[in-house]
Design a protein around this ligand. Structure first.
Ligand code: NAP
Length: 251
């Protein structure tokens, strides 16, 4: 039976992906900053372990406790909507520590066992904001675009060991906790940017176009992990697929 380790399983895409793999007979290590097994259905194939991806000691402990894994999903992430001049550098470092260095550190920690076994896959969850720029998301977008580039290089480095590194790019998913968390950060807009911020928030609120659902992301991760012929750059969600097509048409 195959084993997958997923980061950020307390809610949203991570939680849905953990359920999706459990339902399909995989062993799942669902990691959370504050472990709470009650968010997932009880299963003998489920282990819930503590993990904060910004803490190397936490990463070391979870990899040791997990044992051999076949797939790693770097899903944990935080967002922020801010004008660059309106938020402190500490906040930007926090975003990069989680979205960028957290993903890099987790990948580094699992690669030795995958390389030795000559099999396995790392799936990094980034975002379609890396395909089409949105104002007030510069730091978040940069943190995810760095992982796009990182993953594509890493894939070439690991190919010789039959280990894959892949990207799943969700679109906008208003039904996870993500948007609400990012909105809390947005309260600190400096006055000259308030008009732009209000316009962007109104656009989001009034948008009737397609969005991404957690299930779309779980399905995309499933395809990526279980079918090596899946493109290593996979948009997840109807809006994400449309954005990727737009980007391809512009090229
Ligand atoms: N929702 C969207 O519109 C959207 C679109 C594109 C991409 N994404 C990306 O998709 C991923 C999942 O987002 P989501 O929408 O499912 O949001 P979510 O519901 O807020 O889930 C994010 C998860 O990341 C965890 N997390 C945050 N910081 C962490 C840390 N330092 N260590 C370990 N876990 C940490 C959170 O855990 P806690 O409960 O401990 O905070 C939570 O479980 C993120 O990488 C996000 O950037 C989201």
């Amino acid at each position: 039976m195959k084993m997958i380790l997923i980061t950020g399983c307390s809610s949203g895409f991570g939680l849905e992906t953990a359920k999706y793999f459990l339902e399909r007979g995989w062993k799942v290590i669902a990691t959370m900053r504050v472990p709470d097994a009650t968010v997932l259905p009880p299963s003998e194939h489920l282990r819930v372990l503590p993990l904060d991806v910004t803490k190397l000691e936490s990463i070391r402990s979870v990899i040791e406790a997990a044992g051999p894994i076949d797939a790693l999903v770097n899903n944990a992430g935080i967002g922020t909507m801010c004008a660059l001049e309106g938020a402190p550098m500490e906040r930007f470092r926090e975003i990069f520590d989680t979205n960028t260095f957290g993903t890099i550190a987790m990948s580094q920690a699992v690669i030795p066992q995958l390389r030795e076994r000559r099999s396995g896959v790392i799936v990094n969850v980034t975002s379609t904001v890396t395909l089409k720029s949105i104002p007030l998301l510069s730091i978040y977008t940069a943190s995810k675009a760095a992982i796009n580039a990182f993953t594509e290089c890493l894939a070439l480095e690991l190919q010789q060991f039959n280990v894959r590194a892949c990207l799943v790019l969700p679109g906008r998913a208003p039904d996870t906790r993500f948007a609400e968390n990012a909105r809390v950060q947005a309260l600190t807009f400096p006055e000259p940017y308030v008009g732009l911020a209000q316009m962007i928030f109104a656009e989001f609120a009034n948008s009737t176009g397609p969005v991404t659902h957690s299930k779309d992301v779980a399905e995309a991760v499933w395809k990526t992990v279980t079918d090596p012929s899946t493109p290593a750059f996979l948009p997840a969600g109807a809006d994400a697929i449309a954005w990727a097509e737009e980007r391809d048409a512009r090229r």
